[in-house]
Design a protein around this ligand. Sequence first.
Ligand SMILES: Cc1ncc(COP(=O)(O)O)c(C=O)c1O
Length: 492
Amino acid sequence: MQDLIFDLIDNEYKRQSEGLELIPSENYVSPAVLKAMGSILTNKYSEGYPYFNGIGCGRADDPDFTEWSESEIAEKILPNYRYYGGQANVDRIERLCIDRACRLFHANHANVQPHSGAQANNAVYFAWLSPGDTVLGMALPAGGHLTHGAPVTLSAHIYNFVGYGVTEDGDIDYEEMERLALEHQPKLILVGYSAFMKIPDFARIAKIRDQVSAKSGHEVLLMADMAHVAGLIAGGVHPNPLDFGFNVMTTTTHKTLRGPRGGLILSNGNVASPLKKPEKTLANIPILIDRAVFPGTQGGPLDHVISAKAVAFGEDLQPEFKKYAENIVKNAKTLATELQNLGFVLQGGGTDNHLILIDVKSSFGFDGKVYEKALDMVGLTLNANSLPHDKGPAFRPSGVRLGTPAITTRGLGVKDMKTLALWMKKVADICADAVASIDSTAQPNTYPTPTSHKATSAPRHPEDILDNYSAELETIKKEVRDLALKFPVPSL
Ligand SMILES: Cc1ncc(COP(=O)(O)O)c(C=O)c1O
């Protein structure tokens, strides 16, 4: 009898195939990435690094190293720093992965071992900061990420996070950033986000860092968490912070980069043996990061995932990936315009990247949770999201966030964005009807309530009565399915 887990995987394949994925942090990996990820490399333990004296851990300023071809990297036997035997193949795989990552992002050094984006960020904090040190990053309500100092995280218990916000038109509030930077004199300035639709002015931020260094007399690490836009950077349609004097860039590998779930840390500086504790200077940041990932915050690397990262980076280096990155942005801009034409209010007035944040409350008067649920019922998946200065509770925010990386991988183009916008408007109209039909005396609560099959008593939230609209929703769902099935989900 087949394990139930495989039935559920089959069901998930059907769900992914028949719907359209609009969550901006998701994507579909290639069959080659899937194959590497599901390989026997998962059997291996390889704590440590595939290099011993710096050679093989990045592109460095070592002229010999930069001349190596991929086949040379794969062939050369080099000393390693590992705690287990049997490393011949995984050493070569990890070196190739590092080399491809460095080429993709013009970095001296890449640590490809972080298990996730959160692990990557925590390792950088641990590499550079001491407990109590100050970090200046984008505030969570402004579009920043949980790992940038949300009080519920471990890092917020260790370090002192100060948050900058965004302006009315949705850009970073650079004046506030500068003011807070000079006031708090942080050890680390962080640019990164999960709901921000503009292109950061990296040169301006680098100048703010220089001002803080000059005023405080201490070195300030400039870090970019580009988890969302790394694929756009790799594809050449978004500036690269490392080209503007940033010391470190972290990213997830599974969003626009279209690799397996995981993290990656790129940095510029000296590459050398991680065995010897270096002085804590910006120049030594690559070595400090290696020590902070292992043994600082992680144990053994996931060799099957590292091999899949290497395969994905190989794909990202191909000319077709540039086209893909261009199409992501083209689709996002077209979808944003179509939505605006239909009366949707967008945070920041549109998008310059792959992300769109709809102010559902201002557009239609109901919250993002209702809209997320109704769209899910027609096979359009996205997430409810807070807006800057959102007055709604975190479980019931006023917006929804969506993006185009996954649908662009499926092959949808600009003409499909009009259809998508029309479906979204029809679903919004259904939600508006549901809201209007609710007994005005019903008391809403703050937490999501289970969906009733058929609303018989006074419902507390509009999503509780969406089943009453199942015929209308089913018609849209069928149209979504018909289009989605024309664009198969890549699989083995
Ligand atoms: C900007 C940013 N940083 C870090 C992370 C965390 O990545 P992970 O979920 O892999 O830990 C995310 C994930 O959404 C993110 O958007």
